[in-house]
Ligand binder design. Structure first.
Ligand code: FES
Length: 138
């Protein structure tokens, strides 16, 4: 069995669906993981946001950033991608991530000036990831 499955090769926000609900609890009172709640919050918040028409929101189990839950990965061709974490699965966190994603979509190479960062993503960047076929020079 392959671990990989086809996905979109355009701009995408990949959400870890299995992240913990909290430091104490893996799931909420309905038995749903925090990552699955984060995916719901992100898809709900993105629904009527026409800045995000090009952004596909997908989920997968475990981005290997488990200790810094909840985690997401923003990626796209020709743009520096990012893994972000340490989010609570809330609509406020989803809004901040999507506002950042909208600015990232507008950027040439995935570099959003710090003055444009929503407050809610500051302190949540884990790693930057060069796009396929490229590295970053500075
Ligand atoms: S369970 Fe979310 S990164 Fe591992």
């Amino acid at each position: 069995m392959s671990l990989l499955q086809p996905s979109c090769d355009g701009p995408a926000l990949i959400v870890c669906s299995t992240c913990r609900w909290s430091a104490q609890e893996r799931e909420d009172e309905q038995g749903v993981r925090g990552g699955a709640r984060m995916f719901e919050a992100l898809t709900d918040a993105a629904r009527d946001d026409n800045r995000l028409e090009l952004l596909k929101i997908e989920q997968m189990p475990c981005l290997f950033n488990c200790s810094q839950h909840c985690s997401v990965h923003l990626r796209g061709p020709g743009k520096i991608g990012y893994v972000l974490g340490k989010f609570e699965p809330t609509s406020e966190a989803a809004r901040a991530i999507l506002d950042y994603a909208a600015a990232w979509l507008e950027s040439d190479e995935g570099v959003v000036p710090y003055r444009q960062w929503p407050q809610g993503v500051k302190g949540h960047f884990i790693v930057r990831v060069p796009p396929p076929g490229m590295t970053v020079v500075s």
